[in-house]
Design a protein around this ligand. Structure first.
Ligand code: CTP
Ligand code: MG
Length: 399
């Protein structure tokens, strides 16, 4: 089998036009590309599909071909493709696509680009049936509603539902069979809404069904646009990590010690421009680190009088607001206080609880611990205090 796909994208989209601001529905931007691209991407991932003919509106073929070349830069599709102009009716567009197929192609999948949710399993069911010798194969779903034949608002009959199915695209055919059916159709001026109808009207041509795909909806009316919204890809989230470190010196004219927003009664005074909360400063830097957003010195310069004795909890709120606006989801916080005095043990739970409250993160995702440096260095000499923070999170992938 040598199969190509004819992807129809030449319609006017009249029924949905107003809701799309007059953009043809197949050109609506969805998940970073025009709607018709998504069917092409799906088809290109099917091993048995060797190439794609895009059928486009004559007035837009140049712009659409340029866009396709951009999207396929780096050979995203990985198979050959070409563009041709469509016609007035759907069947005219299909015919334009068929006559553009390469000589060696012997099977074809005809697909409406207005069905962006069709999946590879569906295509493979059709290809399997073609492989087994079928001339025409269409995806079908049993109808669940009772169907009526109505004329001028008056019900005429109720066909037996058990023999009714709703059909979709892609529809698969032996190329010569479909081409012949289209030629007979052109000679007889038939008007049809799908390709299988042509084979049905011709003698000696058989169309068989395979199971359809329930969510393979054709975007047709304004209300179908909400389906696109629902099925929009959530942005891919990538793991990220930030690290923060801060030091404050002890001094007689310092501020009363605060750690993690908790006043540490009896602790040594801390020299600082802000409130000197070494733990929240390290935490803020780690949070900013997750988003590659610099450090707190850049956001709240200590040369700015506005941050004189600033409450670090308020600054943390601002930092969290900024990173949340960029989509950061913090998944874990690990904090270490390094000091000789005071003993942190008695304050640990309170600090832990307050960090959870300030960050709105669950207790099991926040860890607070403390250590001394064995009387070594400036912490050991009780000259100051330091803290380190490690934060992990998920952030939207950069596009
Ligand atoms: N189509 C086409 N050429 C046409 C008419 C339709 O290629 N002359 C394509 C459409 O782009 C669509 C598919 O056939 O992908 C199914 O047609 P339909 O849903 O009816 O789309 P439109 O004809 O564009 O919409 P409308 O009928 O509301 O104008
Ligand atoms: Mg139409």
């Amino acid at each position: 089998m040598h199969t190509w796909a004819v992807l129809l994208a030449a319609g006017k989209g009249a029924r949905i036009s107003e809701a799309c601001g007059r953009t043809r529905k197949q050109f609506i931007e969805w998940n970073g590309a025009p709607l018709f691209w998504h069917s092409a991407a799906m088809l290109s991932r099917i091993a048995r599909v060797r190439g794609i003919i895009f059928v486009l509106p004559a007035e837009e073929i140049e712009a659409a071909t340029t866009r396709l070349k951009q999207l396929d830069d780096g050979r995203a599709l990985g198979i050959p493709w070409k563009t041709v102009c469509g016609g007035e009716r759907r069947q005219d567009s299909v015919y334009s696509g068929l006559i553009a197929l390469p000589e060696q192609c012997d099977h074809v999948l005809v697909h409406d680009s207005a069905r962006p949710f069709a999946d590879a399993n569906l295509c493979n069911r059709i290809l399997d049936a073609l492989h087994n010798g079928a001339e025409g194969v269409i995806p079908a779903l049993p109808v669940t509603d009772t169907i009526k034949v109505v004329e001028a608002g008056i019900v005429k009959t109720t066909p037996d539902r058990s023999s009714l199915v709703a059909v979709q695209t892609p529809q698969g055919f032996q190329k010569n069979v479909l081409l012949k059916a289209h030629e007979i159709c052109r000679q007889n001026n038939w008007d049809v809404t799908d390709d299988a109808s042509l084979l049905e009207r011709c003698e000696d041509m058989r169309v068989q069904t395979v199971a359809g795909q329930a969510d393979n909806i054709k975007i047709t009316n304004a209300e179908d646009l909400s389906l696109l919204k629902q099925k929009s890809d959530a942005p891919a989230m990538l793991p990220c990590f930030g690290w923060g470190y801060d030091v404050h010196r002890f001094g007689q004219n310092g501020r009363p010690m605060k750690l993690g927003g908790v006043p540490i009664a009896g602790g040594p005074a801390v020299l600082a421009h802000s409130d000197g909360d070494v733990l929240l400063h390290a935490l803020m830097d780690a949070v900013l680190g997750c988003m590659a957003m610099g450090d707190i010195g850049m956001l709240f310069p200590d040369t700015d009088a506005a941050f004189d004795n600033a409450d670090s909890s308020v600054l943390l709120n601002e930092v969290l607001e900024k990173v949340r606006n960029e989509g950061l989801l913090i998944t874990h916080i690990d904090l270490t206080i390094i000091t000789q005095i005071p003993r942190i043990g008695p304050w640990r739970d309170q600090i832990h609880k307050n960090i959870c409250r300030l960050t709105r993160i669950q207790a099991g995702q926040v860890n607070v611990k403390a250590t001394t440096e064995e009387k070594l260095g400036f912490t050991g000499e009780k000259k100051g205090i330091k803290a380190v923070a490690a934060v992990t999170g998920l952030r939207p992938a950069l596009s």
